[in-house]
Design a protein around this ligand. Structure first.
Ligand code: PMP
Length: 326
């Protein structure tokens, strides 16, 4: 018989899928690393398990402990699945701009969810960063994961996602394009691919309202770049330790409207029912057209599943209200 000993053993080894309709005007092969095949329907299962196992090994997370994380949903889902299998209590602290589906899903897998306001500074006691930190001080035998600065986040992608992409493309990958939030995916995959072949180019997708692109280009943390935006999962108003700017060749920014429209287009034109950051990633990749030539193999990573966005990017009333479609 062939079976996984528990659901956590099914994490990783996701398929690489060719894009066709949306990339017809590009000269190169474009392949999507399709992370919704993970059991929590996102790439985040990989780093969630790595962070937990590293904390167990370091003795920071002990039997019967409580895991606390500030998460936009996907990391919480990955942590919650592992918490169920490994018998920990899970508390997710989430900002109020996240979709209702994400909150309901976290509760469905046994997580306690605290919702915090988005439009406050990270150091404000009401922010989700501050709330998560406070809870970890108040609750005994608890561990604050901190995916932004936790090195196991980047490590997970260095050990699994990066090698998978290298092997699946038989070392032919020339470009890696991916949305950046905590930076774990781009830094882990990017550094692995560059170690294998220093000529691989690594591009980050950023949003308007986030600091990454300007910081990468100028070294300046410009507070004027920070304002609320709609796109989910990517962009930040802080500089997480997991973003290794030195291995990133460039950033391109995608508007909220384009990210939303291209999330719909992936579903309708490729049959790829994916989350909002996938729309941003594919639109950003198309913006980079002039950087690609005929023999290039461009890999784009799609982080999560469309089911979490049915009330937003897949709801035409919501899209009209925002002015994204007529
Ligand atoms: N897309 C989605 C949907 C996400 O949840 C995240 C994580 N915030 C990202 C993209 C960015 O990935 P990373 O944190 O590894 O930079």
């Amino acid at each position: 018989m062939e079976y996984a000993k528990n659901i956590l053993e099914t994490i990783g080894k996701t398929p690489l899928v060719k894009l066709n309709a949306l990339t017809a005007d590009l000269p190169c092969l474009v392949l999507a690393k399709y992370e919704t095949f993970n059991p929590g329907n996102s790439v985040k299962d990989r780093m969630a398990l790595q962070m937990i196992e590293d904390a167990e090994a370091a003795g920071i997370l002990k039997p019967g402990g409580t895991i606390i994380e500030g998460t936009s949903g996907n990391t919480g889902m990955g942590l919650a699945l592992a918490a169920v299998v490994k018998d920990y209590k899970m508390i997710c602290v989430i900002s109020d701009k996240q979709s209702k589906e994400k909150i309901d899903i976290l509760k469905a897998v046994g997580s306690e969810v605290h919702v915090c306001p988005t439009d406050v500074a990270p150091e404000d006691p009401r922010s989700y960063y501050s709330t998560a930190k406070r809870l970890s001080k108040e609750i005994p035998n608890s561990w604050y994961v901190n995916q932004y600065d936790n090195p196991s986040n980047c490590k997970a992608h260095y050990l699994s996602t990066g090698p998978e992409i290298w092997e699946q493309t038989q070392g032919k990958v020339t470009h890696f394009v991916v949305g950046v939030g905590t930076g774990g995916t781009i830094s882990g995959v990017g550094s692995y691919l560059k170690e294998k072949n220093p000529n691989v180019k690594v591009w980050g997708i950023d949003t308007y309202g986030s600091v990454f692109k300007k910081f990468h280009e100028t070294g300046i943390f410009d507070e004027n770049e920070i304002y609320p935006y709609v796109t989910e999962g990517i962009g930040e108003d802080i500089l997480p330790k997991n973003v290794r700017f030195e291995i990133i060749d460039g950033f391109t920014k995608v508007t909220d409207k384009d990210a939303a429209v291209y999330t719909q287009r992936l579903a309708k034109e490729e049959g790829m029912f994916l989350g909002n950051s996938a729309g941003a990633a594919i639109k950003g990749l198309l913006q980079l057209k002039e950087h690609f030539s005929k023999d290039d193999v461009v890999v784009v990573l799609f982080h999560d599943h469309g089911s979490r966005y049915v009330g937003k990017m897949f709801n035409d009333d919501w899209m009209r209200e925002k002015g994204y479609i007529d």
